[in-house]
Design a protein. Structure first.
Length: 336
């Protein structure tokens, strides 16, 4: 089959690789119909997420049809499904209490050996382990665009997770720092939860995108103490500091942007005195959020399709990655 593979630091290429096959009783083999490029894929290419093998298949956002399955997942064969980027086991204590993002096996598709060494979904075919947990059938969603449904397995589920972590309530003022795909999905979820949302980004083109395409108020900065909730959807310390300043006294700060080895000395007196409520999202709890995301998309309450700026074939992946990296593209989708 054809697949997008890691070709060494910063590089992808489209290669001919072996078709995946059923290995375990819970596996499903999915023929991919639509996939996308995500910011996390850039972290893999650039080594912020270490452990990708050269030749390993990248990608984790997809919709497809199940062609084959192990004995436990047989009921999925022939059905159209959405995949989760996080691969949970469904059996550990965390999964049993629906904290799938804290699954003891800690796996994700297409991000290398530190996350279960699973090949990814920017491919004609992908193998999904524990498929009853990590695929959701789309039987009920005929007539809804795949481009919208696909985001429910990753960035829109992340947005809904963020709104839950932040405890967004109707009528609240929310500032979302970062108008990338993730920040915009956080904004869509907060608006759907009844908040008034301002999108803040240092890149004027991104602010403009949020205003024109999605109808948000947008700005390159916001007054101190202006909002009930500030969301860091950037994953960089200047944005976290700006979010802490933007939250009102006794307000909430929700950190969705990913942090790795960064360190930051928290001004404890100020945070304590201001009664700031700092909340960290961890990885999105996709499997606990995707039904809500699918319901919001299918009712029209949330429409993420304006995020899609480029539609390519899988063979055009290197060009797609360039468009995405240069920020000319907000979201690139590919069809094998
Ligand atoms: P992106 O790079 O496309 O967008 C980030 C945006 O932040 C850019 O538009 C940039 O101009 C803006 N920005 C940079 N510094 C800023 C500042 N100081 N103030 C305001 N805006 C600033 O990234 P993305 O794909 O949207 O992802 C955003 C973050 O979310 C990343 O850290 C990503 O790893 C993380 N993420 C988290 C999860 C999760 O499960 N928690 C899932 C996916 C992605
Ligand atoms: Zn992703």
């Amino acid at each position: 089959m054809r697949a997008v593979v890691f070709a060494g630091e910063g590089q992808v290429r489209v290669d001919e690789v072996a078709d995946p096959a059923v290995k375990g009783a819970g596996d499903a083999i999915v023929r991919v119909e639509i996939t996308a490029i995500c910011g996390s894929d850039l972290h893999v290419l650039d080594g912020k997420t270490p452990g990708m093998r050269v030749g390993g298949v990248i990608g984790h956002e997809f919709i497809g049809v199940v062609e084959d399955a192990g004995e436990d997942a047989g009921k999925l064969v022939g059905r159209k499904v959405l995949g989760s980027f996080l691969i949970a086991c469904g059996r550990c204590d965390a999964c049993r209490t629906r904290r799938f993002n804290h699954c003891s096996e800690g796996r994700a598709l297409g991000v290398g050996t530190l996350f279960g060494d699973l090949d990814g979904a920017q491919a004609e075919i992908v193998r999904v382990p524990d498929a009853l947990v990590n695929l959701i059938p789309l039987d009920g969603f005929a007539g809804i665009a795949d481009e919208a449904l696909m985001f429910c397995g990753d960035i829109l589920a992340t947005g809904i997770h963020a709104a839950r972590v932040a405890g967004v309530a109707p009528g609240e003022e929310v500032a979302v720092f970062g108008a990338g795909p993730v920040g915009l999905c956080c904004s869509l979820a907060a608006r759907d939860a009844g908040a008034r949302v301002t999108v803040v980004d240092t890149d004027a083109a991104r602010v403009e995108f949020a205003r024109v395409r999605l109808g948000f108020d947008g700005s390159d900065a916001i007054e101190d103490g202006a909002v009930d909730i500030a969301v860091d959807a950037v994953g960089a310390i200047p944005a976290l500091k700006a979010a802490m300043r933007a939250a009102r006294d006794a307000g909430r700060v929700a950190v969705v942007g990913v942090y790795g080895a960064e360190r930051y000395e928290l001004p404890l007196g100020r945070v304590w005195n201001r009664e700031l409520d700092l909340r960290f999202s961890g990885m999105a709890n996709v499997q606990d959020c995707w039904e809500q995301a699918l319901a919001a998309v299918s009712s029209g309450a949330i429409d993420p399709t304006p995020l899609v700026t480029h539609k390519l074939g899988l063979d055009d992946a290197p060009e797609g990655y360039e468009l995405f990296r240069s920020r000319e593209a907000m979201k690139v989708i590919m069809r094998p």
